[in-house]
Structure formats: structure tokens, C-alpha cells
Design a protein. Structure first.
Length: 50
């Protein structure tokens, strides 16, 4: 899929804003963040994540 954007412009402001256009809910997504400290698991991480 491709989206063509035209006529956009940058308008500097004092505050930080995030503007979303043309969005709709299509489902739910989950983002997980994890850390590993076990040296044995780290050494085998490639085979574990496949």
C-alpha cells in the first residue's frame, strides 16, 4: 500500500503536539518490552526467538 501526501507544512509552536489524520480502529495491537539477564539464555537467544 502507498499513500501520497501533498500540501503538508511545518508550523512551529511553543508546545508539543501530535496530530493524527485519517485513522480508524482496525483492531488491537500489543507492544511488549522485555529484558534478559540470564547468560545461558542470552547465549541461546537466536534459537529461542525462532
Amino acid at each position: 500500500n502507498k499513500v501520497r501526501v501533498s500540501g503538508s507544512r511545518f508550523v512551529p509552536t511553543e508546545e508539543y503536539f501530535v496530530k493524527l489524520e485519517g485513522v480508524k480502529r482496525v483492531g488491537y495491537r500489543t507492544i511488549s518490552c522485555a529484558g534478559v539477564k540470564d547468560p545461558i539464555m542470552i547465549s541461546k537467544i537466536d534459537s529461542i526467538t525462532q
